[in-house]
Design a protein around this ligand. Structure first.
Ligand SMILES: [Ca+2]
Length: 497
């Protein structure tokens, strides 16, 4: 009896006209799977406030992330992926809607529906094409920790949806957790020089070495729910958004995840340069620094350890979801994306957290794994905005003509392929703009650069210690980049909204 398996390795990836061929077992009779089964699933995993520098697959030698590394080992890992807004609200509204923040004007913590009208979001586009579209926890903006502390049983009738967009989903699920209130050993590191400030909520650097297991916390519940949904929907195509809230503050995780980073005194802080701020415009000094947070070296090292423990915990939850995919037999039928909404500073230039347009904050980890494609590392410039058109292309759906990202799917076959000369990101809070080319990073504060400019030679100064914006030797480069940034903003604003 012939046994023929046409594996996912033979799937066409770029030719929209061709139908995907699922794994067909021919046992005497040829069985034809249902139409619904002929499509890839999309599993979109997004961490919150995760810098690529904290992942071992991006070179970190202290914080080990074996599960994300395993995904990178079978997918394409992008080394130059950039968010379009350097904090949650604008970044998430952008990659879900398909528009740059300055196209929709969503520069804060709201969902983009009033601006986009009936135009489908990324998940809604898949839903409109017959996919089951679900989110578990944070995909559009949701307050952390505030929004995670709400939520009753975690179903949408109980609130806790943040800036969500209901029509983007077939179903949606929240994952409430205790956050900073979790029982354990907690310490507030920020604005607490005399150690008398209690553990608090809000956007504050707090570390909690928590009692109990993974399921006490939001991300553990998210992994469990996502695993159940994968199993329940294994017979129909799905677009599933799985949003983990760590390593966003508070840095809370079960105790065992902290062990690898203790004692905290042994952790190395990033290299600092004396008088590093002397050539930084005032608008370029990040909103959180070692100085204004009043964090001494002990607190800084503990912040780093707490962040790493949160990353290790989040990585373990990623592993559970990927294991569920494998156990359900869907690994060969599912495209997996792993990324973050923006990056994060862990003490570089004495900056902490997000918002900044420097490399650690504006770049994001990005891994795309398509079954059957060769693993690769891609150094081409890409944007989170590219995910919507790229996944539409990979899944054989039309790419809506209105959206502003680019189809990067060819990079998954040919990592030398390139679609843009520069990536673009904004820090609305600072009226800041970043144009990131292959060699140059140009940052401008104010649309007429009223609040200053920064120019970095990323080949010779990858840590961005030397602002060349006032160097006469680089006047032509500065002028060219400034003109290109102005053109980019004009292009972004020329849209159908
Ligand atoms: Ca975030």
């Amino acid at each position: 009896m012939p046994l023929i398996c046409i594996s996912a390795r033979q799937f066409p990836s770029d030719d929209h006209a061709m139908k995907f061929l699922p794994c067909i077992l021919i046992l005497g009779l040829t069985t034809t799977p249902s139409v619904a089964n002929e499509r890839w699933n999309v599993l979109f995993i997004v961490s919150d406030d995760l810098t690529s520098t904290a992942l071992s697959c991006y070179g970190n030698t202290v914080c080990q992330t074996p599960n994300i590394d395993a995904l990178a080992a079978r997918g394409t890992r992008f080394t130059r992926a950039y968010c379009q807004g350097t904090y949650c609200g604008p970044s998430r509204a952008s990659f879900m809607s398909g528009y740059y923040p300055h196209a929709t004007g969503v520069l804060g913590y709201t969902n983009p529906r009033p601006q986009i009208g009936n135009r489908p979001t990324w998940s809604e586009h898949f839903k409109n094409h017959g996919y089951y579209a679900a989110r578990v926890s944070k995909i559009f903006h949701m307050g952390v920790p505030g929004g995670i502390e709400e939520g009753g049983d975690g179903r949408d009738h109980d609130g806790g949806n943040g800036a969500d967009d209901e029509r983007s989903w077939t179903e949606r699920f929240n994952s409430p957790g205790p956050e900073w209130k979790a029982p354990g050993d907690g310490e507030t590191l920020e604005s607490n020089p005399d150690g008398t400030r209690p553990v608090v909520g809000g956007n504050t650097f707090v570390v909690v070495e928590a009692d109990g297991d993974d399921l006490v916390h939001s991300d553990g519940k998210t992994a469990l729910k996502a695993s159940q949904l994968i199993h329940d929907h294994r017979d129909s195509p799905f677009w599933m958004g799985v949003g983990f809230v760590r390593p966003h503050v508070p840095f809370v995780a079960p105790r065992p995840y902290f062990d690898a980073f203790k004692p905290y005194e042994k952790l190395s802080l990033p290299e600092r340069l004396e008088n590093d701020w002397d050539d930084v415009p005032k608008a370029g000094i990040n909103y959180k620094t070692s100085v204004n947070m009043k964090m001494d070296l002990r607190r800084q090292r503990k912040a780093l350890g707490g962040y790493y423990a949160s990353v290790a915990y989040m990585d373990a939850q990623v592993g559970k979801v990927l294991a569920a995919l494998n156990d359900s037999g869907l690994q060969d039928r599912t495209i997996v994306i792993f990324t973050s909404d923006h990056g994060y500073h862990l003490g570089e230039h004495d900056f902490w957290a997000k918002v900044s347009l420097r490399e650690e904050s504006a770049s994001v980890p990005l891994i795309i794994s398509v079954p059957g494609k060769q693993p690769a590392v891609c150094d081409s410039l890409v944007e989170l905005l590219d995910l919507y058109p790229t996944l539409s292309s990979l899944c054989g759906l039309p790419i809506p003509s209105n959206i502003q990202g680019k189809d990067i799917s060819r990079m998954l076959d040919d990592p030398s392929h390139s679609v843009r000369d520069a990536a673009f990101s904004v820090a609305p809070m600072r009226k800041g703009f970043l144009l990131r080319e292959d060699r140059w990073a140009y940052i401008q504060y104010g649309e007429e650069s009223q609040q200053g400019q920064e120019l970095f030679d990323m080949d010779n100064d990858p840590r961005q210690f030397h602002n060349l914006a006032s160097s006469l030797d680089h006047a032509d480069e500065l002028s060219r980049l400034r003109t290109n940034l102005s053109k980019k903003l004009t292009t972004i604003r020329d849209n159908d909204l």
